[in-house]
Design a protein around this ligand. Structure first.
Ligand code: F3S
Length: 62
């Protein structure tokens, strides 16, 4: 599973990072950033949860 953040949509709500810090972090400006492109299988469920909880729907999984 591939994960990406649309930086035009991200408003820095940080829920992604709170839910799955193994995959998401905040950059110096407080915007979400992915640490990996391919999500390890064991983190798939939490990355999905992070995507579902982003108020801006900025996280795409495919
Ligand atoms: Fe941005 Fe959504 Fe995360 S707004 S910081 S991608 S929860």
């Amino acid at each position: 599973m591939h994960v990406s953040i649309d930086h035009d949509l991200c408003q820095g709500h940080a829920r992604c990072w709170e839910i799955c810090p193994e995959v998401f972090e905040l950059d110096d400006e407080g915007s979400g950033r992915t640490l990996v492109d391919e999500v390890p299988a064991e983190l798939g469920e939490r990355v999905q949860e992070a995507a579902d909880n982003c108020p801006e729907r900025a996280i795409t999984l495919h």
